[in-house]
Ligand binder design. Structure first.
Ligand SMILES: [Zn+2]
Length: 130
């Protein structure tokens, strides 16, 4: 599968983020979340921010710098969504994304409660609520 490469990595409110450098169509593959396949048991022991559980047994540890998808920040009303296919994770655009828009997906409740909630969510939806 081909990755769009239509992105740039820049500073965002939540640290580095991925931004659309060209228009991205709805349904287009934005990035693959790559990394080492580890068991959920290992993931629990190691901990870390770049762990992506794919099912009840396996997790991808996306700490590697090759994993550009790790720059995609969380949003509560995201423009992308991850899709797990076997042991791989693909990030697809949920809707059309315009140039300059930050690319986001929903990290899920567990991650949100552990890492995002304590500091306050920086996504545009949450900022606008305040
Ligand atoms: Zn939010």
């Amino acid at each position: 599968m081909r990755t769009s490469k239509k992105y740039s990595i820049k500073k965002s409110r939540a640290g580095l983020g991925m931004f659309a450098a060209g228009p991205i169509r709805k349904g287009e593959l934005v990035a693959e979340y790559v990394g080492k396949l580890i068991s959920n048991k290992e993931a629990d022991e190691h901990g870390g921010r770049y762990l992506f559980a794919i099912n009840s047994r396996w997790t991808i540890d996306g700490t590697t710098r090759k994993n550009i998808a790790r720059y995609i920040n969380h949003a509560c009303r995201p423009n992308c969504e991850p899709e797990v296919v076997g042991h791989r994770i693909f990030i697809y655009a949920k809707r059309k994304i315009n140039v300059g828009e930050e690319i986001t997906y929903d990290y899920g409740k567990e991650y949100f409660d552990e890492f995002i909630q304590p500091k306050g969510c920086q996504c545009s939806y949450c900022r606008n609520k305040k």
